[in-house]
Ligand binder design. Sequence first.
Ligand code: AMP
Length: 275
Amino acid sequence: MIVARNNERLKNSRAKLTGSIGFVPTMGALHEGHLSLIRRAREENDHVIVSIFVNPTQFLPGEDLEKYPRKEEADRKICELAGVDLLYMPTTDQLYHEDELLISAPKIRGYILEGAKRPGHFDGVLQVVMKLLNLTRPTRAYFGKKDAQQLVLISRMVRDYFMQTEIVSCEIVRDPDGLALSSRNIYLSPEERQRALALSRSLKRAAKMIQSGERDTRRITAVMRGILEAEVDGLEYVAIVDRDFHPIERIVEGESIILVAARVGLTRLIDNLWV
Ligand code: AMP
């Protein structure tokens, strides 16, 4: 596995890869969720590129940029064992220039839910993903449904700007008790982790209601709120949208996403279910 810490090395190593390329962008502290993306990229392409970069422009002032978990050595080993061909771990000065031309998330879909709670977050995500896709020029890029709104906005960017990469969406990987894997889960104390299970439990309950024939999104979100409010320290939103992030009043199976964001202790968690 080649490790490129600067663009020159990346460019030279990328030029030597022939055939299809699967790309998995991450912020590191790799877990089974990331690995499922890497494995899928491995299966579907001749070569795999992974990037690890904690992107400063997607963090808001006061968020956890400085204390975001960094596990460079372990991540490098994980990538090597997973059969990654090229690991790109740039420093910030490799990716950013002074007084840059900026990308804005779309006005409606980019500024609801996560975009409303974290204004500017998606601008930073799209900015870095555009850079990474242009640098790595992959055939396919793999993103988790865990970050549902991010996945939908990146798909729109690729469509709107006629970029030549196929965006592949990957299922959410969970711990056996239901907690969606996240690099931020290590912030949770054992007691907080127990209460954090309310997120996946509320989604499971929503799935049961839908199975029993419930279609009214207000009734479903009311039940979810009940489950969440008993456990979490700050419920940020419970929402049901279509696959293009328009809020909906009735569930249409195969076309809906149920989303939740909540704070447990000091940790902000998100989860969702595609139904
Ligand atoms: P991050 O390192 O948090 O930026 O995540 C990198 C990629 O891994 C993103 O496409 C995430 O959606 C994806 N990802 C993170 N957690 C999970 C998970 N539990 N299951 C599936 N994909 C995930």
